[in-house]
Design a protein around this ligand. Sequence first.
Ligand code: CAA
Length: 289
Amino acid sequence: MKVDEIKTIGVCGAGTMGAGIVQQAAQSGYKVKVLDVQDAFLERGMNIITKSLDRLLSKEKITADARRAVLDRITMSTDPAVMAEADFIIEAILEEVSAKKALFESLEPVVGPDTIYATNTSSISVTQLAALTARPDRVVGMHFFNPVPVMKLVEIIPALQTTPDVVDVTIELTKKLGKTPVPCKDTPSFIVNRILIPMIIDAARVYESGVATAADIDTAMKLGANLPMGPLELADFVGIDIVYHIGNMLYEYTKEARFNPPDLVRNMVMAGYLGRKSGKGFYDYAEKH
Ligand code: CAA
């Protein structure tokens, strides 16, 4: 398959990452088919996209006609048959192997033989996921960053089974989506999270040991290391549960203590203090926003 043959992109999962990918693909001129398991999830995804486009409209970065055209390119459904037309499918559903396996099984009777399955997984082996499908040679990792419309990077992760033509077309497609591809071996957390998550975990340890307030730690790192967001603010943005999950996964894999999330992070997950999405994390969003 050549990249110019890709006209329709399928996105499975309309959560934060899925919605961002849908928006990016539709803004790049692709028809986009979106699949999720409940209408309520699709509606929430459409709300994320509409809000993001409205923000661009209010800043005069797009016209009202362009906004309409982007939305018109998007079709949403809870029926896997919607993916029949998709030339390239990006999976961004929940991080559970069994759920991803069930999704690939539901797609198989519907999609064409050449269709590529890209996974946005941040914590599951792409090789493991490829082995669960009927087309392991056409599975590739395509790891986007949040917020997708803003973040320029996409990590490209070939599974052990992926053929070079699939990697090439994924790299070309990433460029057509306006992003910068960086290839990476299929290892836990790839490049960015393997470096970023331990930094966040270290910041939580510094906070836990009473060195400074959360706001002061973040201010220090923003002003002293020129980060756009402090590490604790970023933890709330990414989700404390995600930080915990990735930290644990890296710890299990490497057995290096530095990856092991501290008690505070574990307790925050148990308490449901998951960051922005739950209204409370290192910061209280009910008061702050
Ligand atoms: N959709 C579209 N545009 C958005 C947006 C969204 N959801 N969020 C922000 N923007 C745009 C704004 O419109 C604005 O554009 P202009 O500069 O052209 O006007 C620009 O982004 C900056 O936004 P704001 O002025 O509102 O706010 P900010 O300057 O504080 O930036 C931020 C917000 C882009 C999120 C910035 O704080 C940032 O880059 N933070 C770090 C994000 C990061 O590290 N993400 C990676 C997380 S790790 C991950 O995703 C991987 C994983 O597997 C866990």
